[in-house]
Design a protein around this ligand. Structure first.
Ligand code: MF3
Ligand code: CO
Length: 269
């Protein structure tokens, strides 16, 4: 038992939820995962430079696939549990896991989440951005702005030896103050050595609850914020696409973060 083991053990003895040591990345792993995260950011920047009205979501998929592969990576979504494309593209009332389609054309006024996940030399990274296509309604504009604020407030609330619930509380409070709701049953996740690791990250839990944030942990901050009801349904035909139950707009922004001794660092956003 080293010092860290003793600290984790004594926290657990007090009833705290602590990560298994296997969830704490070593400096060598962090170096490799950083390279994957940098490529992931490059993919998102590439999409940002090209996304526009009139383009199909299949064209976004092509941009992601070509850029990733030409830089030595693999798009993590491709064939992940049967997912058929390289990226998730979720427009307007789609909460997440939209499947790129040649017949789905971006129109002026749309808001879209592009969720990019990358494997580089076996290491995983994941982040997503919202894009507004041309002029969008004030309603859509506000939802995207507040979603960004939610993620930034969640990040500010994240501290080594704090709790995952601190992040959730900051996010959920800001969403509710703006009249929005946070999706409950879909959340973030640990990441790095695999696409989805422990812990599950909820964005509706109370301050001080859930897992303790221990240096070396990596996970995503990726709340889904709905204009109306937080409830959803999943496309029966493709088994993936998640829609708002009331047809309201939904937005999501995802940062992948690393807990360090002194703070919380964003690896890709
Ligand atoms: N980036 C999404 C997440 O955070 C990926 C979902 S799995 C996929 O979980 F197959 F749809 F890509
Ligand atoms: Co994710």
């Amino acid at each position: 038992m080293d010092k860290l083991d003793i600290k984790l053990w004594s926290l657990a003895a007090k009833g705290e939820i602590v990560p298994d040591r296997s969830l704490l990345k070593t400096p060598a792993q962090i170096r490799e995962i950083r390279k994957s995260a940098d490529l992931n950011t490059g993919v998102l920047d590439h999409v940002a430079a090209h996304i526009k009205a009139g383009m199909s979501t299949a064209e976004i998929d092509r941009l992601v696939y070509d850029y990733t592969v030409s830089h030595g990576g693999i798009p993590a979504p491709l064939n992940y549990e049967g997912f058929p494309k390289s990226v998730c593209t979720s427009i307007n009332n789609v909460i997440c896991h939209g499947i790129p389609d040649g017949n789905e054309i971006l129109r002026e006024g749309d808001i879209i989440n592009v969720d990019v996940s990358t494997i580089l030399n076996g290491y995983f990274s994941d982040a997503s951005r919202m894009f507004t296509i041309g002029e969008v309604s004030p309603r859509a504009e506000k939802l995207v702005r507040v979603t960004k604020e939610c993620v930034e407030l969640g990040l500010s609330a994240a501290k080594p030896w704090g709790h995952l619930g601190d992040i959730a509380w900051a996010i959920n409070s800001h969403a509710r103050e703006n009249g929005y709701s946070v999706v409950e049953d879909i959340g973030g996740h640990g990441i790095g050595l695999e696409f989805h690791e422990e812990p599950f990250v909820s964005y509706v839990t109370p301050k001080g609850s859930e897992m303790v944030l221990v240096p070396g942990m990596m996970f995503t901050i990726e709340p889904m914020i709905n204009e109306g009801s937080p409830d959803f349904f999943i496309d029966e035909e493709n088994g993936w696409t998640v829609y708002t139950i009331d047809d309201g707009l939904s937005a999501q922004i995802e940062y992948m973060v690393l807990v360090t001794e002194t703070g919380v660092e964003v690896l890709t956003k």
